[in-house]
Design a protein around this ligand. Structure first.
Ligand SMILES: [Fe+2]
Ligand SMILES: [Fe+2]
Length: 153
């Protein structure tokens, strides 16, 4: 498990709700369907979304929206923190044995991209949701953009 996942685990366990003013700022960047998806996220995921959107590496609001919504597919699996750890570890050790909601959690990039495409999100938002767990060299986005978005995650 990478340092990223370890950090995310502790952020999830210690999750405080995002600052209301920060959430209001982010809502101003999202369309109505995106706002509905955001509100359905867990407290930990909303904190992660707002923190990602505020990363100084991001250049404009289109990138901030993409950063905020990249994990929206996790809504579909609806797992708590410990089950997410289980899904992540099991997925790393024995991916073919992972089923049901754990498999949906592992599949959150594809599910999220489909949700965002349906929500009328910008192409960058859909692509980053789909590709945010790919190795950077396999991304269809420009390398500098991938670097900025990855820094925000
Ligand atoms: Fe993710
Ligand atoms: Fe993330």
């Amino acid at each position: 498990m990478g340092a990223h996942l370890v950090r995310r685990f502790f952020q999830s366990v210690a999750a405080r709700p995002p600052d209301p003013a920060e959430e209001a700022w982010l809502m101003g960047l999202l369309n109505e369907a995106e706002q509905r998806h955001y509100r359905q996220m867990s407290r930990a995921d909303r904190s992660h979304a707002v923190r990602s959107a505020r990363c100084p590496a991001l250049a404009d609001d289109a990138q901030r929206v993409a950063a905020a919504l990249h994990d929206v597919g996790k809504n579909r699996a609806g797992l708590g923190t410990m089950a997410r750890v289980g899904a992540t570890v099991a997925g790393a050790l024995a991916p073919r044995w992972v089923r049901g909601r754990w498999a949906q959690y592992r599949d959150h990039p594809r599910l999220g991209a489909a949700m965002l495409a349906e929500a009328g999100s910008a192409e960058l938002t859909v692509l980053w949701a789909a590709e945010h767990h790919l190795p950077p060299e396999r991304s269809t986005l420009p390398a500098a953009l991938v670097a900025a978005l990855a820094a925000s995650d």
